[in-house]
Design a protein around this ligand. Structure first.
Ligand SMILES: NC(=O)c1ccc[n+]([C@@H]2O[C@H](COP(=O)([O-])OP(=O)(O)OC[C@H]3O[C@@H](n4cnc5c(N)ncnc54)[C@H](O)[C@@H]3O)[C@@H](O)[C@H]2O)c1
Length: 345
């Protein structure tokens, strides 16, 4: 069945989403963006007839569009998802799902009241590398317990608002969500406790002096899982402009073996090397487009061919809760114990 999609946001992610919808044979009914040049350019590229400056007008004018795809900055996620759900549209929203748990709860309420499908864009978790590691862990190739390490270093964000703590939860939260979901998927376990420390590395950069409350841009996070496994990530998105730091692969260490990721290109890992004693084996993985996999899975959930999309609002809420716990640990200097997720804060 062909669906008609209203895509909100014609920026970087909007471009990836537009390509994904086209790749899985769905139709973009309209492109919405505040910026006329961006919405017009994306509409021309994908031969989309309608463009609008705001979602409300698109919802009214495109009565036959059944899906809204939200790919705009974080502060707009909750109001746009709620507006789409209230008009009976299924909705895919970029990650992080929202700024606060209260916002996610309001989104969840609107979605369940409308009886529509909602999903969060953790497309990275659909990369074949995640299933590869999960299966290798399941077959006990590494042994237990496991240590997963990841690093991410970059210059201060060209989208400066990301450094405004009052606008966005900041670079740390933006990146961590992907990894929290990855670790949960690979360990098949739930987080028990989180430790973190961090600071604002870019505090003196003139480019972000307009922000009174600068977001934490640098830190180390350690999560302990009920399985006894540990995952850690060190991030800085506060380096001086044009600083390029060589990429460090993701690594998984167990008593029997070690996995080291190959390059991460176009949002997917090209493969993993497994080291067992002196033996090293590289396993190449298909270079699929995870945004297209996400679009296809979302459509299947809308059509009832699968019970739910790969990442639901509740998944987004769990990842946000962990990200906020990391910020809390940084602020208080204390580890945060994570009560079962079903307990609402
Ligand atoms: N899934 C991922 O791997 C991934 C990667 C990067 C960013 N993101 C997320 O994607 C979202 C978009 O990020 P981006 O990098 O594309 O940003 P961007 O700045 O490149 O594009 C955002 C676009 O939204 C438009 N916009 C802003 N407010 C709007 C509104 N209220 N209505 C209509 N248009 C509006 C802007 O004009 C801009 O064109 C963010 O939530 C971000 O966290 C996800």
């Amino acid at each position: 069945m062909r669906h008609r999609i209203i895509l909100v946001g014609a920026g970087d992610m909007g471009g990836h989403h537009a390509r994904a919808w086209a790749a899985v044979g769905q139709t973009l009914a309209a492109i919405v963006d505040l910026d006329v040049q961006r919405r017009t350019a994306l509409a021309e590229k994908y031969e989309v007839q309608e463009t609008f400056p705001d979602l409300e007008e698109a919802l009214q004018r495109c009565a036959d569009a059944d899906i809204v795809d939200v790919a705009v900055p974080l502060r707009h996620h909750a109001p746009l998802v709620i507006a789409a759900a209230k008009r009976g549209r299924h909705v895919l929203v970029e990650k992080p799902v929202a700024r606060t748990l209260a916002e996610v709860d309001a989104m969840e309420e609107a979605v369940s009241r409308a009886g529509v499908v909602a999903a969060v864009g953790f497309q990275r978790n659909l990369s074949p590398g995640v299933a590869f590691l999960r299966d290798a862990v399941r077959s006990n190739r590494f042994g237990r317990p496991l240590l997963f390490t990841a690093e991410g270093f970059a210059e201060i964000r060209p989208k400066r608002f990301m450094h405004d703590a009052d606008d966005n939860n900041g670079p740390l939260v933006d990146l961590l969500g992907h990894y929290f979901l990855l670790w949960e998927s690979v360990f098949e376990s739930t987080p028990e406790r989180i430790y973190a420390d961090g600071f604002v590395l870019a505090h003196a950069r003139p480019e972000i002096q307009q922000y009174a409350h600068k977001a934490i841009d640098t830190g180390t996070v350690v999560v302990r899982y009920t399985s006894g496994d540990i995952a850690t990530m060190t991030v800085s998105w506060g380096l001086s402009p044009k600083t390029r730091v060589p990429w460090v692969p993701e690594r998984l260490f167990g008593p029997n073996a070690v996995a080291i990721s190959g390059a991460f290109k176009d949002f997917t890992w090209e493969g993993f090397t497994i080291i067992e004693g002196e033996k090293e084996t590289f396993y190449p993985l298909p270079m699929v487009n995870p945004f297209a996999l996400q679009a296809q899975a979302f459509v299947e959930a809308v059509e009832g061919q699968r019970p739910r999309p790969p990442s639901t609002l509740q998944d987004g809420r769990r990842m946000l809760r962990l990200s906020l716990a990391a910020l809390q640990a940084i602020e208080t200097g204390e580890p945060v114990s994570l009560a079962p997720v079903s307990e609402k804060e």
